[in-house]
Design a protein around this ligand. Structure first.
Ligand code: OGA
Ligand code: MN
Length: 282
């Protein structure tokens, strides 16, 4: 197994490995690399849904939600991300993650790691970009660190309640069905401690955080705007151009990410995703 850093900010490419057959030592090496680089890119993987689930499950319990749109038939653990349309109907979520976010932060127990496998990629478009929120926290001024140290962000699933996000084109007509589901808001520390490294991250994002608990919007919104802008400074970021067979896993407590979309027709981007749960942010 070879590991090569992908950018100064985050990410490493792992080669010489088949994720369907890894021994205990290799698994420990992967875990260590995951903590060191936050995002791992495994090239040329051929994973059935069962193998994809089996690898993911080694890192935690897989999240399933009965009302999640576009899971793979027979596999509630696997979501389909795709821009393919069959008989006028999309077969997957077309623009998952089109605003900067960290997965499932609207939940009391958010996602620890996401596993996204590229089965088909378009020639142009469909990149995904990550930003390192350990670095975002570390580079704040001492005054700002002090100011936000005990603050809590209000994380909201419903895009209609977030002036920084728009409802996906795909779901405009079904907004009540997709966003009206009974998911309560979650309140998480703005400064989160990573469950394994203990390092602090700036755990907010424009897609999910709409306010600060106990702070009026006149003060909270400009503060959030400044922090959101800081979070995505170019030097914290890595942008991935997908290849068919890529399996990427990323560490949500210390990264935010965005799907860049803009797939050039007639390109088809078709992916399978699992997410495993982690700790209650503290
Ligand atoms: C996700 C996500 C972005 C993309 O799957 O959680 O944000 O580019 N995906 O598909
Ligand atoms: Mn996401």
């Amino acid at each position: 197994m070879q590991i090569e850093r992908l950018s100064d900010a985050l990410g490493a490419e792992v080669t010489g490995i088949d994720l369907t057959s890894i021994d205990v030592t290799t698994f420990e090496d992967i875990r260590a690399a995951f903590l060191e680089y936050q995002l791992l890119v495994f090239r040329d993987q051929h994973l059935s849904p069962d193998a994809h689930i089996a690898f993911s499950e080694r890192f935690g319990p897989i999240e399933t939600r009965p009302d999640r749109p576009f899971t793979l038939p027979g596999y509630p653990e696997v979501s389909v991300l795709s821009n393919r349309v069959v008989d006028g109907e999309p077969v997957g979520v077309i623009s998952a993650g089109d605003f900067w976010h960290t997965d499932l932060s609207f939940s009391e127990i958010p996602c620890r790691a996401t596993f996204l496998h590229a089965l088909e990629v378009a020639e142009e478009g469909g990149d995904t970009e990550w930003s390192n929120i350990y670095m975002a926290y570390d580079t704040l001024s001492d005054d700002m660190k002090e100011r936000i140290t005990d603050l809590k962000g209000i994380h909201v699933f419903d895009r209609r309640r977030n002036r920084r996000a728009q409802v996906d084109q795909q779901f405009v007509e079904k907004a009540d069905k997709v966003y009206g589901i009974p998911i309560s808001d979650a309140v998480h520390p703005v400064v989160r401690h990573h469950p394994e490294t203990g390092r602090k991250s700036l755990y907010i994002s424009p897609r999910f955080v709409v306010g600060i608990e106990g702070m009026d919007d006149q003060e909270a919104q400009p503060l959030l705007d400044a922090l959101f802008e800081h979070q995505i400074r170019p030097e914290f970021r890595y942008c991935h151009k997908w290849k068919k067979g890529d399996l990427l896993m990323w560490d949500n407590p210390c990264l935010i990410h965005i799907g860049r979309g803009e797939i050039k027709p007639p390109g088809i981007r078709h992916m399978h995703r699992t997410m495993v749960l982690g700790d209650r942010p503290h």
